[in-house]
Each structure stands twice: as C-alpha cells, then as structure tokens.
Design a protein around this ligand. Structure first.
Ligand SMILES: [Fe+2]
Length: 232
C-alpha cells in the first residue's frame, strides 16, 4: 500500500478526502485523446447517459480492465484509498470486517455550454464516492468548477449550509456517498473539465450471521431476489 498522504477536509463534521494519484499522470494524454475520439464519433449526447455528457457506468468491465491499463491503475488506487479511509470507522461497524465488493465508474465531461448546470444529487446506496480529475481547466472566476456540498440537515441560521471542495488535476476527491453535491458550471473555461467518477459499494460482515446462508444455491437466491422486486 502506498504512503501517499490523504488530505482530509472536514465539511459539516463529515470528512472528505483528497488523494494524489501520481501513477495516473502518464495516462492523461491518452485519456483525453480517447475521449476526443469518442466525442467526434458522436458518442457523447446531451443527457445521453445521466446528466450532461457522461459515459455509462460501466468503465470497469472485465474486458475494459484487461485492455485498458489506466482503468486497472485507477480502480486499484480508488480501492486502496477507500480501504484506508474505512480503516477509521466508528460505531457498530468498528468490529465488522468489510469488503469493497463493487466499484462502478463513469466519465463526466463538463463543457462551458450555457445549459450545463449540474443538479444536486447523491450516490446512495454506495458508501464512498470519488472523482479523479484528469483535467481541470483555468476559469476567470475561481468558484467555477468547484465541487459543492449541501449540509444534510435542514437549513438554519447557525451553521453553514454549503461547502466547497476544489478539484485538483491528478488527485482523487473522495466523499461519503450520501452527501448531496453538484459540480459548479465552468462557463469561462476554454477546455473540458474531465472527471472519472466512481462509487464504492461495501459489504459489512457479521460473524454471527450470514444472510445468504438460507439460500441453497445461486438459483434459489435469484428467485428470492426477483420476488423481493415484485413487491407485496
Ligand atoms: Fe456525483
């Protein structure tokens, strides 16, 4: 595990983290070239996959991981960062071993077009979410492109209701997935703001129970899963 230092930024009593990933820097040119190619091919449509210009949440397919080195590196570094973060947990989870069992990833390209105005959203039921910034363009106003967070409790006059984290090229910004957030638009930027966004899903293991044990096999589990989706 690397010795890279986390920078912790507390907002509303909740930590967010910045994690430099120097191992990714050598891929920035390749990633931008690839995205430019996809753009020219018409892959990116306005709101074609989520808000604005996004890829689908399927970056980390087995085929992509086999063929694309920077995805292997980024996934490994994100899992490493999440594992280090989760080592400092509180409450009942303190004694429960965990697995980061799934990482979803997608690319978000933010242009300077007038309509781009990222909506507030969260990434529940993921546990930790992160964004690796491949490119953060210069802007006239320093508040452009900030990652804004909203306090989860009702607005009141005694506390700040908003907080911002500045994206840094070549670094991951990681935050608890339940936090409402939005990227500020970048109307004066001359280039794209490019982020590779990721969600980490975590299993908490309890030694005393294993909820899957009552299913005889995968098929039985699948039947129960479908029934649970059908509702009462
Ligand atoms: Fe998000």
């Amino acid at each position: 595990m690397s010795n890279v230092q986390f920078q912790t930024n507390m907002i509303f009593g909740t930590p967010t983290w910045r994690y430099p990933v120097p191992e990714m820097h050598r891929f920035h040119g390749e990633i931008k070239e690839k995205l430019g190619e996809l753009w020219r091919q018409g892959y990116f449509q306005r709101h074609g996959s989520g808000y604005g210009y996004q890829t689908r949440e399927e970056l980390f397919t087995p085929a992509n991981l086999e063929n694309i080195e920077y995805l292997r590196v980024l996934k490994a570094k994100f899992v490493e960062a999440c594992t280090r973060i989760l080592a400092h947990r509180h409450g009942h989870s303190k004694n429960a071993p965990f697995d980061v069992y799934c990482i979803q990833g997608w690319v978000l390209i933010q242009t300077n077009e007038n309509w781009v105005d990222g909506p507030w959203h969260h990434h529940h039921p993921a546990t930790l979410s992160g964004c690796y910034y491949v490119q953060v363009p210069a802007t006239r106003d320093p508040t452009e492109g900030l990652l804004m967070f909203q306090r989860p409790e009702p607005t009141n006059i005694f506390c700040e209701n908003m907080a911002a984290v500045r994206p840094i090229e070549g670094c991951l910004t990681i935050f608890p997935s339940y936090l409402l957030h939005r990227p500020m638009p970048t109307p004066s930027a001359r280039d794209w703001r490019i982020g590779i966004c990721m969600d980490a899903f975590v299993h908490w293991h309890k030694r005393s129970e294993d909820p899957l044990r009552k299913f005889a096999d995968e098929e039985a589990y699948e039947i129960a899963r479908k029934e649970s989706l059908a509702g009462p």
